[in-house]
Design a protein around this ligand. Structure first.
Ligand code: EPZ
Length: 430
């Protein structure tokens, strides 16, 4: 497994361009299964999860063309396979996003039930219950979710999620667009990725209102066709680079981003002593304020509040802030794994249930650390950038899932970071 070797202490300066949002491209790629024509997606991030998602579409029978690494042209006019196998789903939970489109267009789907992951059990019970509200019969058969529309087509209905679920909202929206009649989804997720998916579906011919609000209304249509769509910028990558500027004491121009998608993150970072200027609708200028970083409590909540996907990065920042703060994680049950690795670097963090108490400002020291999940990896990179000495991060395949060419982007800003490729040792005496 590849590693990152970081020699900390360099302040980052310069301009970084944000890539397309992984968590929008994943449902948008799945949505191409709903079209009888061809859908072209632009600004798709060149990250591992999207390569996996494209492979899934090919396994299902779609034709895929990638004129360049950021553009995917998908034709799903002759899907002949309706099953997403365990080998693939176990590598990427977002494969469950194939359920909604397959069920909505073909009336049948079989997708391996995704296991948990490092940050929690991550069930999909709310997805399945929503499909049943649309008239689907859903059963579990030796680890696979088997869903079918008894009359060949789903029937629109009103439903309410008992808790906010991002991919649950996306899955049922994709199932409902070809259902018979009207569907209303209440307590829907409002993350920016939801309206982005709805924009694509509407371009394909779907009738959707209210995406981005807790109440979404969908009127089923007979068929969806061609579309061309540009994926929104990745708000979590944006927040991650904003923390990189602050934690290293540098100054960054963050381009091709959507400041309007990270209002809660911008407000919190400003509270914590980070100067953030919105130069225009797609550019931020970020640096640590002259007064230095200050501890500030945060609680993760569904959008538009502070996102759970920024919690680990924020924790790294708070190790450098004057004072003590509480970081409360309300979305996932086990999303503090980065804390133990930050403690190995000298951070002072105490975990009590879903609350982490961080005491700064501590001079971190480089150390060998282990990445456990995507955002924990980002947190360790940020800590390595400001630590004294060398930090070796193992299992960086986690970060490759969601950050496009992060070594190149950080290196261009002055970071001393290199990827150590896994040595496949082979010897005659083995
Ligand atoms: C999406 O995951 C994101 N992934 C996650 O980003 C993100 O952390 C999460 O939303 C919350 O914002 C993608 O969009 C591909 P949820 P998702 O369903 O949809 C529970 C990253 O780092 N729940 O909103 O799986 C669940 O266990 C990733 O990019 C149920 O109980 O999250 C969690 O506690 C990590 N039953 C809470 O709801 C269900 O059927 C929110 O989960 C579904 C969810």
């Amino acid at each position: 497994m590849d590693k990152f070797l970081i020699k900390g202490g360099n302040a980052l300066h310069g301009r970084v361009a944000i890539s397309g949002a992984k968590n929008s491209a994943l449902p948008c790629l799945a949505a191409t299964l709903l079209s009888s024509g061809t859908v072209t997606l632009h600004n798709v991030p060149y990250v591992r999860d999207l390569i996996t998602q494209r492979r899934l579409l090919e396994d299902l029978g779609a034709q895929t063309l990638t004129p360049d690494v950021h553009t995917h042209r998908i034709t799903a006019s002759n899907i002949e396979n309706f099953e997403a196998p365990y080998e693939l789903v176990k590598t990427m939970r977002a494969s469950v996003l194939a359920l909604g489109p397959l069920l909505g267009r073909f009336g049948k789907a079989k997708v391996s039930l995704p296991g948990g992951c490092a940050i929690g059990t991550r069930p999909i019970d709310l997805h399945l219950r929503a499909f049943e509200e649309l008239g689907a019969e859903v059963s579990l058969e030796s680890g696979d979710v088997v869903a079918r529309a008894p009359r060949g087509r789903l029937v629109g209905s009103e439903m309410e999620f008992e808790k906010v679920t991002v991919t649950g909202t996306e899955n049922v929206m994709m199932a409902a667009v070809l259902a018979e009649g009207r569907s209303v989804i209440r307590n829907a997720a409002c993350e920016p990725e939801i309206p982005d998916l709805a924009d694509l579906l509407i371009k394909m011919g779907a009738k959707i209102e209210g995406a981005g609000t807790p109440n979404i209304t969908i009127d089923g249509v007979e068929e969806l066709g061609d579309a061309e769509h540009w994926i929104i910028a990745d708000r979590i990558e944006t927040g991650t680079f904003a923390v990189a500027a602050a934690i290293t004491g540098g100054e960054l121009e963050i381009a091709n981003c959507r400041p309007d998608h990270i209002g809660a993150v911008i407000d919190k970072l400003r509270d914590a002593g980070v100067e953030i200027e919105e130069e225009d609708k797609t550019t931020l200028r970020v640096k640590r304020s002259s007064g230095g970083l200050k501890a500030s409590d945060v609680t993760t909540e569904p959008y538009p509040e502070f996102p759970t996907d920024m919690q680990a990065q924020y924790m790294a920042l708070m190790t450098q802030a004057e004072g003590t703060c509480d970081i409360t994680e309300t979305i996932f049950e086990n999303r503090f794994m980065h804390a133990s690795e930050l403690i190995r670097m000298g951070a002072s963090i105490e975990i009590h249930g879903n609350k982490a108490t961080v005491s700064g400002a501590v001079k971190l020291k480089g150390a060998p650390v282990l990445a456990s999940d995507l955002r924990a990896s980002a947190s360790l990179v940020l800590a390595g950038l400001c630590a004294g000495g060398e930090t070796m991060i193992d299992r960086v395949y986690h970060i490759d899932r969601g950050y496009e060419t992060i070594v190149r982007k950080l290196g261009a800003l002055g970071a001393n970071i290199e990827r150590i490729k896994e040595q496949i040792t082979e010897s005659s005496s083995a």
